[in-house]
Ligand binder design. Structure first.
Ligand code: UD1
Length: 420
């Protein structure tokens, strides 16, 4: 298995362009199932999750061509050959479940494996199902698959008990081709939902209110094709911002939407980093030495994103003082703690909180990426640690970061991929 080798202690300097948002392009790829015309998405990065979604769509009969060099993807769903989303890709990536709503809307039927191969209790999709059920879908479960059927989805008022990103997207996509008006109450307001909505509206959908807790969708009978550029990835941007801060560096990020990073910028500034917007779409992040401790609570947007919790934990493990991080979105998202601890971090978990006692130094170590963002956090910690670190489990990192090692190297980092 490939590993990432990092020699710590080099301040990162230079410019880096942020890639298109993984969490915006995955639902858009699923949404291409709603139209029989061609869709071209621009700024689609070469990520393992994009490959997984491509494989899944191909298995449904969609024509998919990803021009990786130019970061464009071509999708055509004219002829679907099945409405069954097989176990393989769905097991690998929870976002695969996003084909449920579009398939149901287009074909009147969909059969999707339980995401993660787990039961509803541990990785719930209850909100997705509840919403689609209110719109007239009937569900049966068999052999690890969820089967949904309906002659035609009906517009309805759907209240989400929690503003789930995936449930909002699934219901929104289904509602686009439903009969009548759908209102989603307590909808998620993440920028990726606004982007999905802008994309769908550009194909002829009629959606208003995205970015607020109340989304209104007037059903239409069909969508056309189109071309659309995906927003920049705010989580990748946040990861590079922490890379600048933790390495004692000074970097300029290009292709950012600052408004999407309000909570992240505020927290990074609290740690003492200097952040400026030299011009629109650009951010300069400069370290001013060892970080100050800060408390962080993850929340749905516009709160602090859970997808940057592990990276900030890496930074705060070097603060001069104690920080408290409280994870409210995914309560067990602390798998990276034991690995950062191998580098000398002092972190104690108490229920939903991590108490991080900042250390003067981290030491290079052999660690394993437990998941995507936890893996990124380990690379960041290694940038600051004394000596060499080896990060295993690189496949997790590849799911959501394109050429992370090479791009950190372009900023002067000593970060290398070791072949298996
Ligand atoms: C999306 C993002 C992921 C991010 C997360 C939260 C994509 C592809 N992934 O994931 O990177 O970390 O938002 O910002 O966009 N829940 C239920 N029932 C449901 C659905 C969710 O209880 O039916 C719970 C989940 O267990 C979790 C919380 O709601 O505790 C948030 O999940 P959700 O917003 O749905 O996240 P995802 O859409 O899976």
């Amino acid at each position: 298995m490939e590993r990432i080798l990092v020699e710590g202690g080099i301040p990162l300097m230079g410019r880096i362009r942020v890639k298109g948002a993984k969490n915006a392009c995955l639902p858009m790829m699923a949404a291409s199932l709603l139209t029989s015309e061609s869709v071209i998405l621009e700024d689609v990065p070469d990520l393992e999750d994009v490959r997984t979604m491509s494989r899944l769509l191909k298995a449904l009969g969609v024509e998919v061509y990803h021009d990786r060099k130019n970061e464009k993807i071509f999708l055509n769903s004219r002829r679907l050959t099945t409405s069954t989303a097989p176990f393989g890709p769905v097991r690998r990536m929870r976002a695969s479940f996003l084909v449920m709503g579009p398939l149901l809307a287009r074909e009147g039927r969909s059969r999707v494996s339980f995401p993660g191969g787990c039961a509803i209790g541990t990785r719930p999709i209850d909100l997705h199902l509840k919403g689609l059920e209110v719109m007239g879908a009937q569900f049966t479960m068999d052999e690890g698959y969820i089967e949904a059927e309906t002659p035609r989805l009906q517009g309805a008022t759907v209240y989400l008990d929690y503003p789930s990103v995936g449930a909002t997207e699934n219901i929104l996509m289904a509602a686009v081709l439903a009969e009548g008006t759908t209102v989603i109450e307590n909808a998620a307001a993440e920028p990726e939902i606004v982007d999905l909505t802008n994309f769908l509206n550009s194909l002829g959908a009629r959606i208003i209110g995205a970015g607020t807790p109340l989304i209104r969708v007037e059903g239409v009978t069909s969508l056309k094709g189109g071309r659309y550029r995906v927003i920049p990835d705010r989580i990748e941007a946040g990861t590079f911002m922490v890379a600048a801060a933790i390495s004692g560096g000074d970097i300029i990020l290009e292709n950012v939407i600052t408004e999407h990073l309000t909570a992240v910028i505020a927290k990074l500034q609290e740690t003492g980093a200097l952040i400026e917007e030299p011009r629109k779409g650009m951010l300069r992040v400069r370290s001013r030495g060892r970080p100050e401790p800060v408390d962080i609570k993850t929340l749905p947007y516009p709160g602090f994103p859970t997808d940057l919790q592990p990276q900030f934990m890496a930074l705060l493990s070097l603060a001069h003082g104690t920080s408290v991080i409280t994870e409210t979105v995914f309560e067990k998202r602390y798998m990276h703690v034991a690995e950062i601890a191998r580098m000398g971090a002092k972190i104690r978990i108490e229920e939903r909180s991590a108490i991080v006692t900042g250390q003067q130094l981290l030491q290079g170590a052999v660690v394993r990426a437990p998941d995507l963002r936890g893996g990124a956090a380990l690379v960041l910690a290694a940038l600051a640690a004394r000596g060499f670190s080896e990060i295993r489990g690189v496949s997790h990192i590849r799911r959501g970061y394109s050429r992370l090692a090479g791009r950190l190297r372009s900023l002067g980092g000593r970060v290398y991929i070791l072949p298996s």
